[in-house]
Design a protein. Structure first.
Length: 466
């Protein structure tokens, strides 16, 4: 099951039933007419948070006959017939409303749930939910996400299972009364119906790799046999060459030992010749963790029988999760792939906190940050991740070293002084970042705060996707 869904034009998403559903969510008193106060209350309850002038403009646009009320026909006309003269507020309202009420299948929701469920136990703890939503790109503030978590956790047990997750996201009137429903569903649906998940496919290593199974054993060949099994150690039988497709979304896996390819044939996983059955979609679950789905046999994955330890055809459940390692058990996201993908990250220094800006409108740096927006940077990789720029989410400025290497701040309007060479250090996600403009000058932190370093211990950082 591919994580990315094709973008869908508004007209292809809409049916009369869906339009009626959207109308009913706003029609609080159920009289078939939307009065202005009712329209305002309904929109507010679904998380639109519109200013009065925006609300007035949108209501006027929908109320085609100017009667002061919106009936169902006027509502349908507004949704189905976008006008080239529509303002950006009107266009945004239309697309967000469609996102709130659009149907989304349980398998699709399960994909999103699995991405958030990083440890694969079928439940989302509060911290896992917050971190996973940030990784997905659900751009809500921490307190907003905490409110969403509280709403979804219907039984108050402190964790969310898939049934609670899916039930909360159904476009029902009782759900729409929660502002958090509208906010979260808008963000999630926008992601599910866009190209935003491209990076979750990328199998970034084209070299000899090792695939660790859910039980910590390794996917392995069995001599000249076509049997696929599990094994320990790092001998030639557990080594594979990843032959990645040009789009980076699919791969073949060739055994170094027997020269044959892993493939799914019927209900078996075997080694054989290179053909359509040997091609796998690569779905990234979290950093270094993937699920491999057969291209020719949709819905069938390389999986593990937890009881017997046998390699079996899976259905995409947590037992299909594989950790991809370089030969030598080095995670694929280190050297030089720490910044292989565009991501929001935090920079943790050796004293245990994170670099942050002083405030949204300031460029000074502090070393006592948590993981909020002031400490979040959009990492843009250059040259395959050998270089990176870091743009703060809060002030939209670039981290930079200036004045011939004497000053470090987060005030760059562009990347002129904000391009850093990435020096991987032994250990996952450990790096040193050297200014390209000022060689020998590194981002660093000591007891006094954020400083220009020399590449020694104060210059060591651990990079985390936020």
């Amino acid at each position: 099951m591919a994580l990315q869904l094709p973008p869908q034009p508004v007209s292809s998403l809409l049916t009369k039933e869906l339009l009626q559903r959207a109308f009913d969510l706003i029609d609080i008193n159920g009289d078939g007419q939307l009065q202005k106060d009712e329209f305002s209350s309904g929109c507010d309850s679904m998380g639109f948070d519109l200013k009065s002038e925006q609300l007035d403009a949108i209501f006027k646009c929908i109320d085609a006959d100017g009667g002061g009320e919106i009936d169902f026909d006027e509502f349908c006309g507004f949704i189905m017939k976008p006008n080239e003269k529509d303002t950006s507020d009107v266009t945004e309202f239309r697309s967000r409303l469609v996102a709130i009420v659009s149907d989304v299948s349980k398998p699709t929701l399960k994909v999103a749930f699995d991405v958030i469920d990083k440890n694969g136990d079928g439940e989302l703890s509060k911290s896992e939910f917050l971190d996973g939503c940030s990784s997905l790109g659900v751009d809500l503030k921490s307190d907003e996400l905490e409110a969403v978590f509280k709403c979804i956790d219907a039984d108050g047990g402190g964790s969310i299972d898939f049934d609670e997750f899916a039930e909360f996201l159904q476009p029902k009137k009782e759900n729409a009364k929660n502002k958090q429903f509208g906010q979260f569903r808008q963000k999630l649906m926008k992601l599910l119906h866009s190209n935003s998940f491209d990076d979750y496919y990328h199998f970034m290593v084209i070299e000899v790799i090792i695939l660790r199974l859910f039980n910590n054993k390794l996917l392995a060949a069995s001599g000249d046999s076509d049997e696929v099994k599990s094994a320990e150690g790092q001998e030639i039988n557990v080594q594979f060459t990843a032959e990645v497709f040009e789009d980076g979304k699919k791969t073949y896996l060739k055994s170094v030992q027997n020269g044959k390819y892993i493939k799914i044939v019927g209900e078996k996983i075997v080694f054989g010749d290179k053909d359509d059955n040997a091609a796998f979609k690569v779905r990234r679950v979290s950093i270094g963790n993937f699920k491999l789905e057969s291209v020719a046999n949709a819905g069938k994955y390389i999986g593990l029988d937890a009881k017997s330890g046998s390699i079996v055809v899976g259905k995409g459940d947590p037992f299909c999760r594989l950790k991809a390692l370089r030969k030598g058990r080095k995670p694929i996201f280190s050297e030089p792939y720490v910044f292989a993908l565009k991501n929001t990250v935090v920079l943790e220094h050796r004293l245990g906190a994170h670099i942050r800006i002083e405030d949204d409108d300031k460029d000074g740096l502090k070393s006592d940050g948590g993981k909020g927006t002031l400490a979040q940077f959009e990492a843009n990789p250059i040259d395959g991740g050998k270089f990176v720029t870091l743009q703060n989410i809060g002030n939209k400025k670039y981290l930079q070293i200036i004045n011939d290497g004497s000053v470090i701040n987060c005030g760059g309007d562009d990347i002129t002084n904000g391009k850093f060479k990435v020096y991987p250090v032994e250990g996952p996600n450990h790096v040193r970042l050297e200014s390209e403009k000022c060689p020998g000058k590194f981002i660093a932190v000591d007891e006094s705060g954020v400083i220009v370093g020399k590449g020694d211990k104060p210059s060591l950082f651990t990079i985390y996707r936020n």
